[in-house]
Ligand binder design. Sequence first.
Ligand code: UGA
Length: 317
Amino acid sequence: MRCLVTGVAGFIGSHLAEALLKAGYQITGIDCFTEYYSKELKKANLANLRQNRNFNFVEADLLHLDLKSILKKIDWVFHLSAQAGVRASWGKNFEIYIQNNILATQKLLEASKNVKLKGFVYASSSSVYGDTNTLPTPEEVYLQPVSPYGLTKLAGEHLCYLYHKNFDVPTVALRYFTVYGPRQRPDMAFHRFLKAALLGEPIEIYGDGKQTRDFTYISDIIDIHLAVMDHLHPGEVFNIGGGTQTHLNTVVDLISKITGKEIKIIYKPVQKGDVRHTAADITKAQNILGYKPKIKLPEGLEAEWEWIQTIYKKLRG
Ligand code: UGA
């Protein structure tokens, strides 16, 4: 069986492709190396994959590819490519979010219409909820994103549902909650904080640091994709969270303990588009997919710290 992974050089995409290869699947991976994300880091993410003869890499933008001919040979689609970043999605940048998160998703779904796919998994985001008062948040609350990014991820989810409803494309959307671990995207908080600890630089906290996130470790995210392949429920949406809500200030204390470094904090204004709190109600994923997050924050942060030290040593030569 062959899987397509879009965004394969990214944080989650590269881990997923490795896990699928290990499970015996053949992989076609697509990535277009946008400027948003260091090409050096993305190339490092791909290094192991490119040595595997069951991995075929296509460097291209989904909007400029003949997706129909690629999909002819595909059984499973994992659509992870996106213009990421909540806080950068305002103003002129919105155009690229529309292109990469809405138009590219629609193009991939169009191409999936007459192909007998076994499943189409869409990477959604907790940012579709906005500042909801219902915490932990179940899937069925009213969705009101507070960032342009969240709006485009929600549009992608709706597109998945309507291609399922009208054309039987077997789509499932997974709402990831702030994913971390080795290979985390360089714009995200833990990556920035751990890199700053490594270099002895100060970190910036947006707001008072009392915002909370339901941080989710990468291996828990990967495991759920394999579970979805065993229990496909087309048309459904699932929250995938780490199981605990943690203050950003608590994370900084933990980082100080793990790295053995004193962290100097510069407090900056709250960023437009950031939600105050996230917490996933994972009951649905638990009941239907058997989801149970395994990795707790200290263990996961330790693993990300190990990676940060190794990768920056390697990149600096
Ligand atoms: C993350 C991802 O970046 C999104 O792509 C994803 O869709 C979203 O999670 C999700 O899972 O819904 P975010 O929660 O903003 O978004 O993750 P981080 O960038 O790690 O930020 C976490 C918190 O740290 C935020 O409150 C942010 O304002 C704060 N932060 C971030 C800082 O205080 N300083 C920084 O330098 C970076």
